[in-house]
Design a protein around this ligand. Structure first.
Ligand code: 5GP
Length: 178
């Protein structure tokens, strides 16, 4: 397998674009059936999910909307620790069916702090779609509704995911060689 080099690290091909596309079609089919007539709003978490959401959204055939948010970490009170604040969320989510689109759930900290925040918006339902999940690394209780692939606790890049901001343009997912 042809390995690639990004900065100081080597990566090998791990999930092909064909495999990603097939899984996206399966997930989109489920969403199309489940949310028919509900006009869901997809909420893509930037930056990592841009490629995934672009391919996923093309397979959505029901009436739906999309919005993009960037989560930035900031220090909360000592009881809440570091929490994530959403930038760019201008749509009123009251009574809406929100479908969060994330690139990867690792420790679960990001979604565990963002979803309760989103619940305060009065959304009718909140669904979490993630392309990748590392169950062995997840320490927070996060309910994942649709998962592309469960992967081992190893660093991956490509298909929107970066290593030090590089590698996002790779059309498939690569795994770190250790
Ligand atoms: P969590 O809060 O679940 O630990 O992490 C979520 C974020 O960490 C992801 O949105 C992603 O930006 C980053 N992340 C976690 N694991 C990986 C990985 O293997 N590769 C890359 N490129 N980013 C990761």
């Amino acid at each position: 397998m042809a390995s690639i080099q990004i900065l100081d690290k080597s990566f090998v091909p791990y999930i092909s674009k064909e495999k990603i596309q097939l899984r996206i079609e399966e997930i989109a089919n489920d969403i199309n059936q489940k949310f028919e007539g509900k006009k869901p709003i997809f909420l893509a978490i930037l930056n990592g999910s841009f490629m995934f959401v672009s391919d996923l959204f093309k397979e959505i055939t029901i009436e739906s909307e999309i919005s993009f948010v960037k989560l930035i970490s900031y220090e909360g009170t000592s009881s809440t620790g570091t929490v994530k604040k959403a930038l760019g969320l201008e749509t009123d989510l009251h009574d809406r069916h929100v479908i969060i689109v994330e690139d990867i759930v690792d420790t679960g900290n990001t979604m565990a702090s963002f979803i309760p925040d989103l619940e305060k918006s009065g959304a009718a339902t909140i669904t979490l779609v993630t392309l990748l999940h590392k169950p062995d690394a997840t320490v927070k209780d996060v309910k994942i509704d649709y998962c592309g692939f469960s992967i081992p606790d190893k660093f991956v890049v490509g298909y929107g995911l970066d290593y030090d901001q590089l590698g996002r343009n790779l059309p498939e997912i690569y795994q770190l060689v250790d």
